[in-house]
Design a protein around this ligand. Structure first.
Ligand SMILES: O=C(O)CCC(=O)C(=O)O
Ligand SMILES: [Fe+2]
Length: 109
């Protein structure tokens, strides 16, 4: 499934959310974002990183796709691969476009 997201500017971005905190339900999400930014990933508590427990922005890189692990892949891998919790924040100055492709296998016939 392909979505096309358009995030309007908001005069008080700290009072709103572009997309609420969630993880995707699919296997892998392939995301194209424009150059505005606003996608944040929650770094889990159980990793050996300085930013653990924090929301970290995934900066847009021209021509790059973001690959997100979804819940289905977490379940299939018995938790070896963790789905990524994320949010989208808006800005007061620039609207934003993103195009996620949610991949899921067809059910067997
Ligand atoms: O706009 C984005 O960067 C992410 C959108 C998203 O998380 C979603 O559609 O599930
Ligand atoms: Fe998402």
């Amino acid at each position: 499934m392909v979505n096309m997201n358009f995030y309007l500017t908001c005069p008080n971005p700290e009072l709103t959310i572009g997309v609420r905190r969630h993880s995707d339900m699919d296997t892998l999400t392939i995301l194209l974002q424009d150059g505005i930014g606003g996608l944040y990933i929650k770094i889990p508590q159980d990793v050996n990183m300085e930013e653990k427990g924090e929301w970290v922005e995934i900066p847009p890189i021209f021509g790059a796709l973001v690959i997100n692990i979804g819940d289905m892949l977490q379940i299939w891998s018995n938790g070896r691969y963790k789905s990524a919790e994320h949010i989208v924040r808006t800005t007061s100055t620039k609207s934003r476009v993103s195009i996620p492709i949610f991949t899921s296998p067809q059910p067997t016939q």
